[in-house]
Design a protein around this ligand. Structure first.
Ligand code: SAM
Length: 313
């Protein structure tokens, strides 16, 4: 927390441009007009009970709310009796609108950013605005709350120690193929967002790229029909041959195990003869003794075995 120490008398002299929010004191030093603050406000992903008091309070007190879809967000604001004006900030106007919002912030306005659901900037517009605010020296703070990815991860039953977030796989075929080939080797738990009408296609693409793997399908989280299905990619594909996917999904995919990686690596070395394997290392500058040690390690055998084999040749 950044903190400017100010005397009580200074607090009493605070103008509108000197604000004290969330325990962060900011003084208007040097008589310059002080920039406002951008608040990233997480909103529920399906259950209004998950709205935090701090987000409700902030949305009610800022000068402006930038919302991904104002028609959608008006329902949320009405539910909580929030009357603050809204402006749209969505994927298709995110660059120009960010410039407008930065200007407002530089004039001292306090602005909250919300998306349709969950945490702004997570597979939602927000990133550009945050970058532009940083460049302009505007303070950005985050009011954390629901995010479908973290909710799904914790429910998945898969490893939570190391994970990576992919969001939606790209629609561009080449880019998608590149990402899928990277994911094939990924050892961390993988989180993917998908819309119901693309779920089967994505599962098929995952099956082709990664082979069959354990997955957990997290659907309609925090909502009435929430379901968490630990399964495999293959089983899920069979299921959706006869059942239409409905609702919002997070696909949580088990990462490639280190044991599997090792087995695959050993199998790839086995496709070489021991002589070829030795040449691979000696050509790279290794001396015979070190190469023998490395070849034995790669093939999961004792160094003596390699030595005796080479002697017998
Ligand atoms: N910003 C949001 C967040 O913090 O999670 C994500 C928004 S992204 C545009 C929407 C995607 O998030 C959906 O297609 C789905 O994959 C996932 N999602 C959102 N709400 C969900 C829910 N209640 N249950 C499961 N997945 C959800």
């Amino acid at each position: 927390m950044r903190c400017t120490v100010i005397r009580v008398i200074d607090v009493l002299n605070f103008t509108q441009e000197n604000v004290c929010i969330s325990g962060i004191f900011r003084a208007n030093l040097g008589g310059r007009k002080m920039a406002g603050i951008l608040y990233l406000c997480a909103t529920p992903i399906g259950n209004l009970g998950d709205m935090t008091p701090r987000v409700t309070e902030t949305l009610g007190s800022v000068d402006l709310i930038a919302a991904e879809d104002t028609r959608n967000s008006i329902k949320l604001l009405n539910h909580f009796g929030i009357r603050t004006s809204m402006t749209s900030y969505h994927e298709y106007n995110k660059v120009e609108k960010a410039d407008y919002l930065v200007k407002q912030l530089l004039e001292g306005k306090k602005i909250a950013l919300i998306s349709d659901a969950g945490t702004p900037a997570i597979s939602d517009p927000g990133e550009v605005l945050v970058q532009k605010c940083q460049e302009a020296g505007i303070t950005v703070t985050s009011l954390p709350g629901p995010a479908a990815c973290i909710t799904a991860l914790t429910l998945s039953g898969l490893s939570t120690r190391r994970f990576c977030f992919e969001g939606f796989l790209p629609s561009d075929k080449k880019e998608k193929a590149q990402i899928l080939s990277e994911l094939k080797e990924e050892s961390r738990t993988i989180l993917i967002y998908e819309a119901p009408h693309h779920l089967t296609r994505t599962l098929r693409e995952l099956y082709e790229a990664l082979g069959d793997r354990r997955i957990t399908l997290c659907r309609e989280l925090t909502k009435k029909f929430e379901s968490v299905l630990p399964t495999t990619i293959g089983e899920a594909l069979s299921r959706y041959e006869t059942e239409e996917p409905r609702g919002e999904y997070v696909i949580v995919v088990e990462g490639k195990s280190l044991r599997q990686k090792k087995e695959e690596e050993q199998a790839s070395w086995q496709s070489m003869t021991i002589e070829e394997h030795m040449t691979f290392y000696t050509k790279g500058g290794m001396d015979d003794k070190t190469a023998m040690k490395q070849v034995a390690k790669d093939r999961g055998v004792a160094k003596r075995e390699i030595y005796q084999y080479l002697l017998s040749k």
